[in-house]
Design a protein around this ligand. Structure first.
Ligand SMILES: [Zn+2]
Length: 350
């Protein structure tokens, strides 16, 4: 009798299943309400090999929106990948209102082979070929599947990046206004809640739904508020960088009312209104003179390039005044390679 009564009390304390709420499935991961499931987005073989993209579905016990978190399009931007790995156990379906679809590592060949920037199977960046093609190369087939299985079914999206193996990068995010007032209000709330203190305003983007190019833009063109966040640099997994991405995600989820508690938005971010690239005019060896995050004046020397005999062949100078968002982390340079990226501070907040 005592046991029976105890079981009865436990049944009363357990969260009630949400009536009529179906499992949420992405690829082979299918989670009932209040559950977490893992599986793969299975990219079929085509002109090149098949692949599987790991997916985690966290289906909240309470109703709410669908948030997609995607990392590792560039498989050696490690801090962003590790941040999403840390979020897998942190996100508790019992606490969650809505559903999180988490793709921690889109580009496994890049990760495994330690190849920066591209998918070594077809030599394409996995954040340039959206919305993808069912009959394209592996990158295009994967992008097509992500568009249909993840973007089309989410309400909000966050795409995670960072400095690649050869990039020394200071953390920043992108906010890309679309001209649709309500969507832009929500994406701005997301980027402020995420809390990174430098935010790039990204205005000129493709608007054709069949040629959206970037993942977050694919979501934005389809009416879903989305942001891009970047932290980490040059192959490192520093605690501070990972913490920025993990805590920023939790704060954004509070702003979206998917988690209990208050967000902690950044109050006075540095808004960046344009970007200026410095590239190398020739093959050579790069010697930096400033660090990521440095504020520079127009004309200031960022570094120099020598030939293989030690003769200086190029002085890299800042074309504009601004902040060094990233600068080459390694000496290797070939003609046309980027050396640094300078962000010009906006004259007023948007
Ligand atoms: Zn990236």
């Amino acid at each position: 009798m005592r046991i029976f009564r105890f079981a009865f009390v436990l049944a009363l304390l357990a969260p009630l299943p949400v009536r009529g709420q179906a499992p949420f499935a992405v690829g082979t991961a299918s989670a009932a309400p209040g559950q977490k499931a893992t599986g793969y987005l299975e990219v079929p073989a085509g002109s090149d090999a098949a692949t599987g993209i790991p997916v985690i579905v966290i289906h909240g016990a309470k109703r709410g929106p669908v948030l997609a978190l995607v990392s590792g399009a560039h498989g050696t931007e490690y801090a962003s990948i590790i941040a999403l790995e840390k979020l897998i156990p942190l996100l508790d379906p019992a606490q969650l209102s809505g559903t999180v679809v988490l793709l921690p590592l889109v580009n496994i060949p890049s990760f495994e082979q330690k190849v920066p920037h591209v998918n070594p199977i077809d030599n394409k960046s996995m954040n340039r070929f959206y919305p993808g093609k069912a009959d394209g190369t592996q990158t295009e087939r994967a992008s097509y599947l992500i568009t249909n299985q993840v973007v089309d079914r989410c309400d909000y999206l966050i795409d995670y990046h960072g400095g690649d193996l050869d990039e020394s990068l200071r953390p920043y995010s992108y906010w890309a206004p679309t001209g649709k007032a309500e969507q832009d209000r929500i994406s701005k709330e997301m980027v402020l809640a995420f809390g990174l203190d430098h935010i790039i305003i990204w205005r000129e983007r493709p608007s054709d739904p069949n040629a959206t190019r970037y993942l977050d833009n694919t979501a934005a063109v389809r009416g879903k508020p989305s942001i891009v966040v970047e932290a980490g640099h040059a192959g490192t997994v520093e605690t501070d960088d990972v913490a920025l991405l993990v805590n920023g995600t939790l704060s954004t989820m509070r702003a979206l009312k998917m988690l209990p508690g208050e967000p902690y938005p950044i109050e006075n971010p540095v808004w960046i209104e344009s970007l200026s690239d410095v590239t190398s005019p020739d093959d050579g060896i790069f010697y930096p003179l400033v660090k990521r995050g440095a504020y520079v004046e127009a004309g200031m020397k960022l570094g120099y390039v020598t030939d293989f005999f030690g003769k200086t062949i190029f002085e890299a100078r800042a074309p504009v005044a601004g902040v060094v968002l990233h600068i080459d982390a390694v000496p290797s340079l070939k003609k046309g390679d980027g050396i640094a990226n300078i962000g010009v501070v906006a004259t007023k907040a948007p």
